[in-house]
Ligand binder design. Structure first.
Ligand code: SF4
Ligand code: SF4
Length: 354
């Protein structure tokens, strides 16, 4: 929950000029799933920062102006100290953590203070979901996690990755969860283009996932915008949907990439990059010293011209960069989040607007 002191601190950072607003931290490169569109499980690694090092890193991010942090991996809930990390982060940032649905029910105490738990789930078709995740029982585990967390009053939602595999189902999927007062937060399938020195390879090229029906993707964007008029729990802005729609129909980008300007990523070893598929440019502990350097200025310029990916989170942060961008997110999304948190903490009232 957002306390008054946290809200004040976030506001101060929001008004700070030259800071970075969003951070994604891949806390571990370990994972217990085998998703077909992901490179992580085939290339796992044990080495990770210690708890204290993560705390130090979080303080640095706060001082640089970060207001929102997303923990992913691998599966971040595999870390023994995840409860301590999430508690520490939740006092300082708007905090989201990802789970593939397998561990959240076993780590509920660790999740009590976060602002949002995103459970990855791609389809309502059990067999298809298990096939995509490479694990039998993944669908049941994810559905169970959503139900149990919600019953415990933990703000939980589902996070489908939109791809060719579920493109024609995504509207029904959204309605199913929105009708049950479960927020939906989308990802868009993409793969890491092959370039040397990328920091943290995630997106695996898989022709099954690549969206070939671009007109349908545009139609889905329009339909989601329409659904947002009916439901309070669809966590994407119209601006981001318009950008994806334009990209699908014309290939034109309505944004310039803000990697290392308004967002950055940190990996399991504490390395920092503009985005996960770019080269590491510093350790998190060096960040205060290099953030305003000429080298970083040049990197920002280079990334702003890059058109190599269309990961939805990066599109979103780029479109909503700076104070005005953050206010735009708050205007559209905060009301939804507040409404949801109030509902989930008190009851399970269906969330369709009257
Ligand atoms: S997509 Fe997530 S859950 Fe699936 S293998 Fe990759 S890191 Fe693990
Ligand atoms: S467009 Fe931005 S986020 Fe995507 S690969 Fe290039 S620098 Fe990274």
């Amino acid at each position: 929950m957002i306390s008054a002191s946290k809200a004040l601190s976030l506001l101060r950072r929001l008004l700070k000029r030259g800071g970075v607003s969003h951070a994604q931290w891949m806390l571990t490169r370990r994972c217990n799933y085998r998703c077909r569109g992901c490179n992580v499980w085939g290339d796992q690694e044990e080495s990770e920062l210690s708890t204290d090092e993560v705390f130090r890193g979080l303080d640095i991010l706060r001082d640089l102006g970060v207001i929102e942090i997303v923990f992913s991996g691998g599966n971040p809930l595999l870390r023994e100290d995840i409860g301590e990390i999430l508690d520490y982060a939740s006092e300082r940032f708007i905090t989201t953590v990802y789970d593939n649905g397998s561990l959240a029910v076993h780590k509920m105490d660790a999740l009590r203070n976060v602002d949002f738990v995103a459970i990855s789930l791609d389809t309502l078709d059990e067999k298809k979901n298990d096939y995509l995740k490479g694990v039998n029982g993944a669908w049941k585990a994810a559905m169970n996690a959503v139900e149990k967390l919600k019953a415990e009053g933990i703000p939980v939602g589902v996070s489908p990755t939109i791809s060719q595999v579920n493109l024609y189902e995504i509207i029904d999927f959204t309605k199913y969860f929105a009708d049950r007062n479960v927020p939906v937060w989308y990802c868009l399938y993409w793969y890491d283009y092959p370039f040397k020195d990328g920091m943290f390879s995630i997106g695996k090229r898989n022709s099954e996932y690549e969206i070939i029906d671009r007109k349908e993707l545009a139609r889905v964007c329009t339909a989601i915008m329409d659904l947002k008029r009916q439901y309070d729990n669809i966590y994407i802005t119209d601006k981001a949907l318009e950008a994806v729609k334009e990209l699908a129909l014309t290939g034109r980008r309505l944004w310039r990439c803000k990697a290392l300007t308004d967002f950055l990523v940190v990996d399991h070893k504490g390395r920092v990059a503009g985005c996960h598929s770019r080269e590491p440019v510093a350790s998190i502990f060096e960040l205060p010293a290099v953030w305003r350097s000429r080298r970083f200025k040049e990197l920002r310029r280079k990334y702003s011209e890059c058109t190599n990916c269309a990961y939805l989170c990066y599109i979103f942060y780029s479109l909503h960069a700076g104070l005005l961008g953050s206010l735009g997110i708050i205007k559209e999304q905060w009301r939804n989040m507040k409404h949801y948190v109030e509902n989930v903490r008190s009851s399970s009232i269906p969330n369709r607007r009257s």
